[in-house]
Design a protein around this ligand. Structure first.
Ligand code: 5GP
Ligand code: MN
Length: 336
């Protein structure tokens, strides 16, 4: 699981480090990045967190969020940081393409690449990789990396623990998913002992909707939801106009797909969003229905067995029809 362990000694002296994560960072991407960055800084390193895009407003309270550098906002600074970086952490992704416009910058950098991640099918680009597809969240792996590989539990403070808690909480659907096992709950107990105010984090992430976002949810449930009962599948398809009408921004569609999955009997849920440049697709499933295989084979994407994403440059209707035409191939797992 840990490959390239010999490189860890690099951290024995102060280093220039850049932390990267995937495009449109979610709670785990941002939580693992900010938790690790603060720990590394406390250990004497010079650390920057660089991302390719903005992130959801429901994460805009996290300790350290002001240090996040958005590449398109400060390209010259970012090029300099990568030119000088001795270590580039790659968190919560295992394929460099997931970093979008940062991909060529990371590929071109001379520093070592250290990947910490839990996605399937890792690409072979890292000098060090701490990888476990069974892990519930990258934040869980960052915690283990700090505690078990760097012997650094004593330097973990409440801010760092808050970031890691947020990553684990969001990637496990608030500890609902199968991956939220006893080991995960033991880490959560440690994080709470370190000073996490867990009730405040839930409040910040889940009870911070705007009135507009809630009305958008109502609109989607009423107008954009389609159930395909013969395949126990339900989907939302959101057009450009739907998004425009509610001035939807990054993160506003987060969690929507779970409403489709919450219908009794539904085993596969999809969300199709027309993001103008492409159609973004999110799939969720229960049991053995392979979202990752569907996304990888048909929608240029991937992810986990029960939660995956992909995209297409076709128009919305075509993508939705193509998705429906694929369902018969999975009739066995969808209906039995
Ligand atoms: P979401 O549906 O929340 O965007 O993503 C669900 C899961 O699928 C996440 O673990 C994410 O990493 C993965 N994922 C989302 N979009 C893509 C994509 O375009 N390509 C790949 N390989 N994985 C994706
Ligand atoms: Mn993750």
């Amino acid at each position: 699981m840990l490959e390239g362990k010999e490189n860890i000694t690099l951290l024995d002296s102060p280093r220039k480090i850049v932390i990267t994560t995937h495009h449109k960072p979610d709670g785990d991407a941002l939580g693992s990045s900010l938790g690790l960055s603060q720990w590394l800084r406390a250990a004497g390193h010079t650390v920057s967190v660089v991302v390719s895009s903005d992130f959801p407003t429901f994460l805009d309270w996290m300790p350290g969020r002001d240090e996040v550098i958005i590449f398109p906002d400060q390209p010259d600074l970012v090029y300099n940081l990568f030119a000088e970086a001795e270590i580039i952490f790659c968190l919560d992704y295992s394929a460099l393409s997931r970093t979008n416009i940062l991909e060529p910058v990371i590929r071109g950098a001379n520093g070592q690449k250290w990947m910490i991640d839990h996605h399937l099918d890792p690409e072979d680009f890292a000098d060090l990789s701490y990888w476990d597809s069974q892990a519930a969240a990258t934040a869980q792996l960052v915690y283990r990396f700090i505690v078990e590989e760097l012997d650094g539990k004593d330097k973990l403070n409440a801010d760092m623990a808050t970031c890691l808690y947020t990553g684990i909480m969001t990637d496990t659907g608030s500890f609902r998913f199968k991956a939220a096992n006893a080991a995960v709950h033991r880490i959560i107990a440690d994080l709470i002992e370190i000073g996490v105010r867990n009730w405040e984090i839930h409040q910040q992430v889940y009870n911070s909707s705007t009135e507009n976002r809630l009305k958008f949810l109502g609109y989607c449930l009423l107008n954009c939801l389609e159930v395909i009962p013969e395949y126990n599948t339900a989907i939302f398809a959101l057009s450009k106009d739907d998004l425009k009408q509610f001035a939807i921004t990054t993160g506003d569609t987060e969690g929507l797909v779970n409403y489709a999955l919450s219908i009794k009997g539904v085993r596969l849920a999809g969300l199709f969003v027309d993001r103008t440049e492409l159609i973004k697709l999110s799939l969720r499933s229960i049991g053995e229905i392979p979202c990752n295989e569907i996304c990888k084979t048909h929608f240029n994407g991937g992810g986990h067995l029960n939660a995956s994403g992909g995209s297409s440059t076709e128009d919305l209707l075509t993508v939705v029809e193509r998705f429906k035409s694929i369902l018969p191939q999975y009739a066995e797992v969808l209906t039995n």
